[in-house]
Write a protein that binds this ligand. Structure first.
Ligand code: ATP
Ligand code: MG
Ligand code: MG
Length: 353
């Protein structure tokens, strides 16, 4: 079969490789880190830097299409790849979501609601942004943040300077704190023909800034449910997207606000492995490889829980439970905060509210 290239070899790349294998493809993984989790299941692994144009060229030359499981692939790396193979989702999807300021500006220009935001490069701009947005607020690095890293909440004006100093000169964005009732995400896909499909939204619970649990169905009104799919569709079409996209949303009494987007399969979409005929990983491979989108209707209610750090030690206990399926990522050491695996628990047939 033909070869799909994946930039990034973490657990998302690993699960994409499994799905690609089921569809008859072989995967090549490119990751600067040695022994990436996706490597065991891949047909070939390239361990070279993002600045190694020669390695990137050779990698892409062997692939029919290249995708990514990690949105911080440097744009320069894509120059080398794009010369040899199509990159899906597109370059624009990647660059928009690499920078929180670009991302929020893009969303606002689409007419979508977000938290109020302003760019902050120094103390003077921070003072102006705070005057405009008010307290409490959250200061975030524009680039490279994940799992709540690179963020500081500002509750009092006197905390502002220290929050910015902690960013060590990295360009930042100030956001107003949204008084949300819940956090949800919608995982959606668009194929090469432009067809769009959204999975049912999941309700997300975080701990210490890390996704802990996703529950489907989310507790939402019919209107909120429909709106989440419309928002995802609007973003997918605006980016002429190919593949799976994750959209994180805040639910408020005034409607849904977009928090951030991820141009890839998403941790909060792992429930689809147990809840749908076609999960997010197969859906992504279909969409980038020119297949029609598969049936993502939810047939079961599911609770997905991440196994973080030492929690993975409890996996044999979970393995005895009914309706539970287990996914381990083959990572060696269970460092604190490290995602080691997840479990999906089917809680019943799809309940239509
Ligand atoms: P991820 O690991 O999902 O990529 P991240 O590090 O990119 O996370 P965000 O999703 O922006 O960070 O923020 C992490 C969490 O902090 C959110 O899920 C939400 O709970 C909270 N949060 C972020 N921004 C806001 C906001 N403007 N108002 C209220 N809560 C917020
Ligand atoms: Mg993020
Ligand atoms: Mg997030």
């Amino acid at each position: 079969g033909s070869v799909i290239g994946i930039l990034g070899g973490g657990q998302l790349g690993r699960m994409l490789s499994v799905a690609a294998g089921r569809l008859g493809y072989r995967c090549r993984i490119y990751d600067p880190a040695p022994e990436p989790p996706a490597g065991d299941l891949a047909h070939a692994v390239t361990t070279a830097g993002w600045d190694d144009a020669e390695a990137l060229t050779a990698f892409a030359r062997a692939c029919a299409v290249v995708t990514y499981e990690f949105e911080n692939v440097p744009e320069a790396a894509l120059d080398a790849v794009e010369a040899e193979a199509p990159v899906r989702p597109s370059r624009r999807a990647l660059s928009v979501s690499q920078d929180r300021l670009t991302e929020k500006t893009f969303l606002a220009d689409l007419g979508l609601a977000t938290a109020p935001f302003a760019a902050v490069a120094d103390d003077g701009e921070l003072a102006l942004a705070l005057a405009e947005i008010g307290l409490p607020a959250i200061l975030k690095t524009r680039r490279l943040g994940y799992d709540g890293k690179g963020q500081a909440r500002i509750d009092r004006a006197e905390d502002a300077h220290a929050a910015l100093a902690a960013m060590q000169g990295a360009p930042a964005i100030l956001e107003g704190v949204v008084e949300f009732t819940r956090e949800i995400s919608v995982i959606a896909a668009r194929d090469l023909a432009g067809d769009v499909a959204a999975y049912d939204p999941g309700e997300n619970a975080h701990r210490d800034g890390i996704l802990r649990r996703t529950t489907v169905p989310a507790r939402l009104s019919a209107w909120e449910r429909a709106d989440s799919a419309l928002i995802a569709g609007k973003i997918l079409n605006a980016l002429e997207y190919a593949g799976v996209l994750g959209v994180e949303l805040f639910v408020t009494p005034q409607g849904l606000l977009v928090n951030e987007i991820a141009p890839r399969v998403h941790n909060s979409g792992h429930w689809t492995q147990a809840g749908c005929a076609v999960d997010q990983f197969e859906q992504h491979i279909r969409a980038i490889a020119g297949w029609p989108l598969g049936d993502g209707t939810r047939h079961s209610d599911v609770v997905m829980e991440n196994l973080i750090g030492e929690e993975v030690a409890g996996v044999m206990e979970l393995a005895r439970k009914p309706e539970v399926s287990i996914h381990l990522y083959g990572k060696g050491t269970a460092r604190p905060g490290r995602k080691m695996g997840h479990v999906n628990r089917v809680t019943g047939p799809a309940h239509r509210s």
